[in-house]
Design a protein around this ligand. Sequence first.
Ligand SMILES: Nc1nc2c(ncn2[C@@H]2O[C@H](COP(=O)(O)OP(=O)(O)OP(=O)(O)O)[C@@H](O)[C@H]2O)c(=O)[nH]1
Length: 391
Amino acid sequence: MTTLLRRLVPHLVPDDPHQMLRMRRTLMATGSGLVLTTVVITAMLAGMVEMPVPNFLLLYTLIWLGNVSFPLMISYDINLLFKDPSLTISQLIWHTLTNTISIYLVPELHTVFLMHYLLVVLFGAFRMQRKGFFIIGGVIISCYAIVMALLFWEGRYPIQLKQEILSAAVFLFMLMGVSIIGTEISSLRWALKRRNSELNIVMKQAKEQAITDDLTGLFNRRHLMDILRRQQALTVRGDYCFTLCFVDLDHFKQVNDNFGHKAGDEVLQTFSDIARNAVREVDFVARLGGEEFVLVLVRTDLNGAYHVAERLRKSMEKARLDILGGHRVTASIGIAQYRKKETIEETMHRADIAVYAAKNRGRNQIVTEDDLSSTILSSLHDDADLYTTPE
Ligand SMILES: Nc1nc2c(ncn2[C@@H]2O[C@H](COP(=O)(O)OP(=O)(O)OP(=O)(O)O)[C@@H](O)[C@H]2O)c(=O)[nH]1
């Protein structure tokens, strides 16, 4: 139906799926209004309507101005200004009134129009709750009673009381039945909607948990590898670069030994906050495990990365940690830039060697891959005790 609508009235079809749904329902109601009008016009042509033609035309022009105002309001998003953007109650009352007018114009067909009232109520199942069904049921019964009283008063329709009471009772019974079914459908819809939003929240949480480290909230190792693969693809495709900063906190074992594991955890969290603040929004910070972290700096070369790393190193050096009685924890950092055609593991390995060198040179410092002489590189290359831990 959506595709058909897009083809027939493209400017009327909203892009937002919620608005599209409201539009579809409203057009269904407008369609049933069209059937009603056709019945009344046919009756008019058959000489069953006593109203003069100009009055009839004026009346139906007004009715159709009302009928088309609902889809137009949705099309121009005016419905969003209301508490119920589906305009359910107002549409139901409007269609109840037009149906009542039809009874007034063609009383001989009032049983047909009574059925149409039921359709109106069923339309409410899309949105209404129990209270809404009471309201609309009350409006329908009042409208029907008023129009029948009016017809009786004007003597335009020979009302046979017993027959009318019986058919009104049957109608009331059917109205109650339809309202109950409508309420059931409606509550099922609400329950489904609630379930869906709960499910969405849980799925979002699960997704987040799968990519983040519990203690620090940084990305975990698995997600880091996904990030790096995406960065690699971007670099291979064109004018793009990225650089890795491997960070290892210095003498972290002593923190745990002297102040306890809980204090160690707090230091890791403090470092994570500092690292998050040291990088731009487009960059990534991940925890490899233990006290090892990785910064992925996008569109950044070795020089740029050095500045970020220095900012991070200084911030950590300055941070006085209350939990350690004001003691400081410093960081050693190794930097390597991704080179086209190499594997991610090769870049990580060079960054790893650079951290190792930073540790060897006395800690609390930064070593880039350019600082490493080829001899150091080759001698360290085979060293088994490197900082990356296998997955
Ligand atoms: N509190 C805490 N400690 C951790 C966690 N993960 C790893 N560690 C500890 O981190 C310490 C790492 O120690 P080492 O690898 O010897 O390194 P270091 O003491 O930092 O020494 P250098 O790296 O050489 O400066 C170990 O004591 C681990 O138990 C964690 O999640 N929380």
